[in-house]
Design a binder for this molecule. Structure first.
Ligand code: UDP
Length: 237
């Protein structure tokens, strides 16, 4: 009988630890971030790096920040850029600006497409990385943050669930209230923050570096030499 359901291999995405986005940076380059963007070096920093897209829920991040910062002083960076394939970006950016309402500790950044070292430095300067998406593919920014030894508070959706092991490498959340609660918890429990950050880095080293990606492709190629090629489709998450 004809098999209409081909075998599928799903290979999760990965990050390159030697790229400008993820390579180690000298301390002065990380410290420059504070003066470049008017950040306060004395205040805890939480950051979400994302296109201004409703699925990334930047307004939800601002709500979370507003809730959390009522009780715990902190500052928020939302770092994003325009994407040529994203016509709604400008509208979402306006919503974000409105939601932030000029608050001095919310920094809405519009970065050029090649600001890889800047994003790297922002992630390294942060205490916590947020990726509060309500829909997500793999979510590269999650592994990028984890690789820098940061716990990630991520939306409980899509590929974020592969990367954020709830209560272990970070927290999975569904609401601004949930994100606020976890943010305050981590800022008050520095020991847990450090511990989760270390686990996050180790988890990315073991699972989401380009070396694992290459190994899986090579394994698949090897597998293909022994199977009916037409029955196989390959997908990237
Ligand atoms: N990114 C960037 N500049 C920005 C916003 C995002 O370089 O202003 C990068 C981010 O560091 C990550 C990628 O774009 O490497 C976004 O990938 P992800 O899977 O997180 O989200 P997507 O935009 O593909 O939905």
């Amino acid at each position: 009988m004809l098999n209409l359901c081909p075998t599928q291999y799903i290979i999760p995405s990965s990050i390159d630890p030697l790229s400008e986005k993820n390579c180690p940076l000298p301390d002065h380059e990380i410290d420059n971030i504070y003066s470049e963007f008017g950040l306060d070096p004395q205040l805890p920093l939480i950051t979400q790096v994302s296109r201004y897209d409703r699925f990334k829920d930047p307004v939800g991040v601002i709500e979370a920040y507003k809730l959390a910062s009522k009780l715990t002083p902190m500052q928020l960076v939302l770092a994003g850029g325009g994407a040529s394939d994203d016509p709604e970006g400008e509208a979402v950016l306006n919503e974000v600006k409105q939601a932030s309402n000029g608050a001095s500790n919310i920094h809405v950044l519009l970065l050029p497409a090649d600001a890889n070292r800047t994003i790297n430095a922002l992630q390294r300067a942060s205490d916590i990385i947020l990726q509060k998406s309500i829909r997500e593919g793999f979510g590269l920014t999650v592994s990028e943050g984890m690789w820098k030894g940061k716990p990630v508070i991520g939306g409980d959706t899509g590929g974020i669930r592969l990367q954020v092991i709830d209560h272990y490498t970070g927290f999975l959340v569904r609401t601004p209230e949930g994100a606020a609660l976890r943010t305050r918890y981590l800022l008050h429990r520095r020991d847990k923050l450090e511990e989760m950050g270390m686990r996050a880095k180790r988890f990315v080293r073991e699972n989401f570096l380009i070396t694992r990606h290459l190994r899986e492709y090579l394994t698949l190629m090897l597998g293909l030499t022994n199977e009916n090629v037409e029955r196989i489709t390959v997908g990237n998450v």
